[in-house]
Design a protein around this ligand. Structure first.
Ligand code: NAD
Length: 443
């Protein structure tokens, strides 16, 4: 990809490691849209099954998790109270390899949610052809109210309960909503008390403790790589392309950085404080620097203020929702002017809206491919841990580019061959890989 020269501001990106939340493998979906996201996954899986002509028995097999575990986590809180929390781990499918998926600490975590997110991980790892299956886990707890020490105690107790069913060749957790590299470090430490030295049991660890270089930027970087591939297929060039990006957290920040370095014209960005728009193009290094210094875009003055709703409807070439799920609904879908949408967030488009956009001819690069950069670099971390060998950042970036580019080409080709949307093609590719692995190995 063509790159602008690195400026001094890129150095300050290291400080992003201080962000309270970040390199999650896959948080599943936006906070307010959990049910919609799981219903959407079921619908898209069904549509792909129809296209593949899978019979009822196979559908049932692919939908059923291998194992669902619910455990009691008794924890002493800082004020001396004893709280009994509930933790979950759902292992959805392992036909293609050990199961992989995040650990979420959130007060709305329940078995249904974890089950649906575990299945999403099976399809996500399959579409980018990682040798993994899918899993997910979590603890139902008001994460924002936990002290540092309470969180550590919960993590260690949770490991005490599930260490027998996870492992580097069985099921490899990672960060998700409410958990981070530090939680992964505690998790590994507690697991090793039972099983000895085993850094590959979990990914998303601190770089100093067997974590991977480039893990934190991976999802946003993946979005940029895929935008570039898509444009190439459409015969367009980045400098002609105006981009609007919703969300300036881990994913949006790194996506904006790479898009700018690749000479896209990013005209609008936003965070929870609203949208920031400059019709001729934003000064992205300036916006990145501002958000690092202030931990938000609030008060950024080198742009016009717009709302997050207005940002979605801007007259741009690419729209990248990278914040919440369910932001494009049947109510605003007809107003979306961007001919290309890249789903950096999980499930930013409701299924009804997806149908409206498809009718309009909008090209949608689906979330299971668009935001798979994070789990891909988690895979690289696992590979390095198993080999006791550390890759440099350049190698991580090159391998990420190669995995995502190949997956993109496969999805693109299938969509052309079968005359289906990129979303249906992505699910078809994933489902076919999973059931073929099952058939070949005899379930
Ligand atoms: P984050 O918490 O780091 O950032 C979220 C951003 O969205 C912040 O800029 C926040 O201000 C903004 N935001 C919050 N509420 C908003 C609102 N109402 N309107 C507009 N913006 C709002 O989260 P993230 O890690 O960047 O994840 C973003 C999305 O990408 C989520 O849907 C997540 O599930 C998905 N995702 C993330 C990863 C990853 O590796 N981080 C991997 C796969 C999928």
């Amino acid at each position: 990809m063509p790159a602008r020269s690195a400026d001094a501001w890129t150095d300050s990106l290291a400080s992003l490691a201080q962000r309270p939340k970040g390199d999650i493998e896959d948080s599943g979906e936006g906070d307010s849209c959990r049910m919609k996201a799981s219903e959407a996954t079921t619908l898209y899986v069904e549509r792909a099954c129809d296209r593949l002509g899978l019979n009822k028995d196979l559908r049932q097999l692919l939908a059923t998790p291998r194992r669902e575990v619910q455990v009691e986590i008794p924890v002493e809180m800082d004020d001396g109270r004893l709280e009994t929390l509930i933790g979950y781990r759902v292992q959805h499918n392992n036909y293609r390899g050990p199961m992989k998926g995040g650990l979420r600490y959130h007060h709305e975590v329940d078995l249904d949610e974890v089950r649906s997110l575990a299945s999403l991980m099976t399809w996500k790892t399959a579409v980018v052809n990682l040798p993994y299956g899918g899993a997910k886990g979590g603890v139902c707890v008001e994460n924002s109210k936990l002290s540092h020490t309470e969180k550590e105690r919960i993590t260690r107790k949770f490991v005490d309960q599930i260490h027998d069913i996870i492992g580097p060749y069985t099921d490899i957790p990672a960060p998700d909503m409410g958990t981070n590299a530090e939680v992964m470090a505690w998790f590994r430490n507690q697991y090793e008390k039972y099983h000895g030295f085993n850094p590959a049991v979990i990914t998303g660890k601190p770089v100093e403790l067997y974590g991977a270089e480039g893990r934190e930027e991976a999802t946003g970087r993946g979005v940029g790589i895929l935008a570039f591939k898509l444009l190439k297929r459409l015969g367009k060039h980045p400098p002609e392309i105006r981009v609007a990006l919703q969300g300036f957290g881990n994913v949006g920040f790194h996506a904006a950085k790479l898009l700018h370095e690749s000479e896209f014209n990013v005209v609008a960005v936003s965070d929870v404080t609203g949208g920031y728009y400059q019709p001729d193009g934003l000064d992205i290094p300036d916006a990145l620097r501002f958000s690092l210094q202030n931990r938000s875009l609030h008060g950024y003055e080198n742009a016009q203020r717009i709302s997050n709703e207005e940002l979605l409807e801007l007259d741009v070439d690419i729209l990248i929702p990278a914040a919440l799920g369910g932001v494009i609904t049947k109510d605003n879908a007809k107003n979306i002017r961007a001919p290309i949408i890249i789903e950096a967030a999980n499930a930013p488009i409701d299924p009804e809206a997806d149908d409206i956009l498809h009718e309009k001819g909008t090209i949608v690069l689906p979330d299971i491919l668009a935001n798979a950069g994070g789990v891909t670099v988690s895979y690289f971390e696992w590979v390095q841990n198993l080999q006791y060998y550390k890759w440099g950042l350049n190698r991580v970036r090159q391998e990420l580019d190669s995995v995502l580019s190949r997956a993109f080409e496969e999805v693109w080709q299938l969509a052309q061959d079968k005359s289906v949307s990129l979303r249906t093609a992505a699910f078809m590719l994933a489902l076919e890989r999973v059931y073929r692995a099952g058939v070949l190995s005899g379930f």
